[in-house]
Design a protein around this ligand. Structure first.
Ligand code: GDP
Ligand code: MG
Length: 792
């Protein structure tokens, strides 16, 4: 709650003073310090200012100032003594714990998320390219008696409001006022990274600079006097290696010291912008200071600089305040004069040049570049992988290797897990008494969940490979060489990364599309993402390819993925042609230096995915398996369940009676729609069941083809090949397996993906489009594939 919201006569304890350095200092000097009790005495007739009593003094604050003080109410008028007592206790308890709110700010790809993960034990996504983190992630940990709330923010090069990320970070600083900012910089690239630091200095916030990637600095043989540099710019600096955790303790020691106001290096400096600009700034700052409602969230100097730069958001916000018009007028006047004096220079450029000059000056005294050029390695590799001739072949080789590894290496652990599942099934069959419970466990749970869990190794391998590509920096190169191709379909290279991420899971991939600036490109990238075959669809391919195409698995496998890509491309091209207007945002993706990912970090990502997969097994897939099993088991007729009826019918070779299970009835009802694709009713049911989550397709097949007790040793694939006891033909053939895989590859995205599409595009229409369009495309292509395959 804010102090301004407290009614007269109430009491509250101060939690936090928001706003920039100088403002906070002034308010705190008046006695508004964390932990103190303040009482609301009276309000002036026009509601402003309000009189407060604090430490026995009476002070008055403007309402706007009081709104910057966060409080915990101790007593409100009209409370019972009991309520008052309880509130009091809660406040006392909260006071004992000291919370430090920390925000990580820095350029893209400087290691913020790595630091966040190592500090808070989280497993957020890390990748060696920009735009990985798209919104704020919060974590907590305790250190030296303090509770740290730490926030990982998207990467930004500056704090103008040019891109959504920059605006996001700026709004975050305004609305949440972290106690201490950790400005993470890539120490191997100080010159550019410190630009953001100069803006934070303008903002006048408490901060510490984390010199990340210090291992690379050391390796290059460079020498940096970071103590001196820190003193020069008035911000403490701590070298760290976020990847391994080295120096992170010292970093948080510095944070604590800064928070307590005890760090000797802290000093508020002004980055001098040259006599002409400084003169304009002074006038603007005076005007801003005279306007009570403006200079609270951000320092007057920062606002003044942003106004001179013509920052849209600053214009808008200042324009809304009562004195805003006057200030904007003054700014326009100053700029007019400035432009007359400097006909050949643009003020934004000048400000940037001055700031870079400041950084260069500071570095000249403290930094000596190393002998070894760490970038040689990067250049050599880049010459090869982004080469006109070799770039594409290398890319396809890598992709092929990934698919091969997923399939072939995954086969071994998959066999072990399959044996384990078979063994478990046997144990249940031998030990449990016959009955519904046994049937449910053996056929429903082991058949369903067991049927899916065997694919865990394949999925882990795929994720490991994707994570390796992202972390090493190759992904950024792939996007780079793909730029031309992407332009052909009206997108640009930047869209390529979310597409490859879609091979893992479409949901985070769709969220990663946020870093694409152009709206139409972003929406197209989102809409074609479901055609990137996600890892949940992988088990279906492994199962059916392993059974029906054992001669050339990796080729069929890759063929399916390529089909998905082609459909995505055609869709993108059509959307661009018929729905969105052409748009050519220049390609501004950086090529970060290659970094060898640590095995630990790659394993951590991979395992995080594995954990997610296992959780899904225990949740939605378990439930779905039981539901499918039950629908297939009931109704019971003459004391026989459906499986027994089936077995009997098969034995006696009768035509099947109207004794269909519920599932069979449903399957047969929808089958007319899908039978042209060669689907048996069980295949239709499996496809339908996969709409909530694609893993359910395989778990459903697992339940439907659970087999009887004598066959528990058989693999699911073998059961699919066996002739159906009633039709005397196998339910799946080469042709129908192929059309089934194509249908599953392309049809309606899963519910989580649809939700992500609706959320990210802010429109349910795009979600509806995905459902209808993708299903139609899937039907048509599966139909064509089936008919063609029948010819062979
Ligand atoms: P973010 O974009 O700022 O969140 O950066 P990430 O945490 O995603 O990391 C970007 C890349 O830098 C990843 O490939 C990390 O493995 C790598 N990285 C992070 N910290 C270090 C470090 O201290 N040393 C080295 N050599 N690499 C690092
Ligand atoms: Mg990040």
């Amino acid at each position: 709650m804010r102090l301004s919201e407290m009614p007269i006569g109430s009491e509250a304890v101060i939690v936090k003073v928001l706003g920039h350095g100088a403002f906070r200092k002034r308010v705190m000097e008046m006695g508004f310090v964390r932990g103190r009790t303040v009482k609301v005495l009276q309000q002036a007739p026009l509601n402003d200012p309000v009189k407060y009593s604090i430490m026995g003094y009476e002070v008055s604050l403007r309402r706007s100032e009081a709104s910057m003080i966060e409080v915990d109410p101790v007593s409100l008028p009209g409370q019972t003594p009991r309520e008052r007592e309880e509130q009091h206790e809660a406040v006392e308890h909260a006071k004992k714990e000291t919370v430090i709110n920390v925000a990580l700010i820095g350029n893209p790809n400087c290691g913020k998320t790595s630091l966040f993960n190592i500090a808070s034990g989280a497993k957020e996504h890390v990748g060696n390219y920009s735009g990985v983190t798209v919104d704020a992630k919060t974590g907590h940990f305790d250190y030296k008696g303090y509770r740290f709330n730490i926030v990982d923010l998207p990467g930004t090069y500056s704090l103008t409001s040019y891109s959504p990320e920059e605006l996001y970070v700026r709004n975050y600083l305004r609305d949440y006022s972290p106690d201490v900012i950790i400005n993470v910089v890539d120490a191997s690239n100080l010159e550019r990274n410190l630009y953001l630091a100069t803006e934070l200095i303008d903002m006048d916030r408490s901060m510490v600079i984390a010199l990340n990637m210090y291992d690379e600095v050391r390796e290059s043989g460079a020498i940096l006097d970071y103590k001196m540099l820190g003193e020069m710019i008035g911000v403490p600096m701590v070298p760290i290696v976020a990847k391994t955790g080295e120096g992170v303790d010292k970093l948080f020691d510095a944070v604590i010291k800064v928070y307590e106001g005890k760090h000797e290096a802290v000093r508020h400096i002004h980055v001098n912008l040259g006599a002409d600009i400084e003169k304009m700034l002074r006038q603007l700052i005076d005007a801003i200071k005279a306007a009570p409602d403006i200079g609270m969230h951000f320092s007057p100097r920062y606002i003044a600089i942003k106004l001179l730069e013509g920052d849209q958001e600053a214009n808008r916000i200042i324009g809304k305040t009562p004195e805003g018009e006057k200030i904007l007028e003054l700014r326009d006047q100053l700029l007019k004069q400035f432009n007359i004096d400097h006909t050949d220079a643009d003020i934004q450029e000048l400000i940037a040049a001055e700031k870079y000059g400041f950084i260069a000056g500071a570095l000249a005294e403290t930094y000596k570049a190393g002998e070894k050029d760490t970038l040689t390695r990067t250049h050599v590799i880049d010459d090869l992988v982004t080469n006109k001739l070799f770039g594409f072949p290398i890319f396809f080789l890598i992709m092929f290797f990934i698919f091969w590894a997923t399939f072939a290496i995954g086969q071994y652990p998959m066999d072990w897990i399959e044996d384990l599942v078979a063994w478990l099934s046997q144990v249940v069959n031998n030990l449990m008494p016959d009955g519904i419970l046994k049937d449910m466990i053996a056929d429903g749970i082991i058949g369903g969940v067991g049927g899916v869990i065997v694919f865990l190794p394949n999925i882990l391998i795929l994720y490991f490979c994707i994570s390796f590509m992202e972390d090493s920096g190759y992904m950024a190169r792939a996007a780079f060489i793909m730029d031309k191709v992407m332009h052909r379909i009206g997108l640009h290279g930047k869209s390529f990364i979310p597409l490859v991420m879609g091979f893992g899971c479409n949901v985070p991939a769709i969220m990663a599309s946020r870093s694409i600036e152009s709206r139409s490109s972003r929406i197209i990238t989102i809409l074609i993402n479901p055609f990137m075959s996600c890892s949940a669809r992988l088990p279906i391919y492994v199962l059916l390819i392993g059974t029906f195409f054992p001669k050339c698995p990796a080729l069929v496998f890759m063929g399916l993925y390529i089909l998905g890509i082609i459909v995505a491309m055609v869709t993108a091209k059509m959307l661009r042609k018929f729905y969105f207007k052409a748009d050519e945002t220049p390609f501004v993706m950086e090529l970060p230096p290659y970094r060898i990912p640590t095995f630990k970090a790659s394993m951590r990502h991979t395992w995080a995915k594995g954990e997610q997969y296992l959780k899904k097994m225990g949740g939605i897939i378990l439930v779905a398996s039981i539901v499918v099993w039950a629908l297939n088991y009931f109704p019971i007729r003459d004391g026989k369940d459906q499986a027994e009826i089936y077995a009997e019918v098969a034995r006696e070779g009768e035509e099947i009676s109207p004794n269909d299970s519920y599932l069979e009835m449903a399957g047969k009802a929808i089958n007319p729609v899908l039978s042209p694709l060669g689907f048996h009713w069980r295949a239709s049911v499996a496809a339908l069941a996969g709409v909530p989550a694609k893993e359910i397709v395989v778990s459903t097949l697992g339940v439907l083809y659970a087999g009887d007790e004598a066959e528990t040793n058989e693999r699911l694939g073998e059961r699919l090949e066996k002739p159906n006891p009633i039709t005397h033909k196998p339910d799946f053939t080469h042709a129908s397996a192929l059309s089934f895989m194509i249908f599953i590859l392309l049809y309606c995205p899963c519910i989580a993906t649809i939700t992500a599409i609706v959320k990210e595009t802010h429109s349910w229409r795009y979600g509806a489009f995905s459902i209808v369009y993708n299903t139609l495309v899937a039907w048509v292509l599966a139909f064509v594939a089936y008919r063609i395959a029948l010819l062979f």
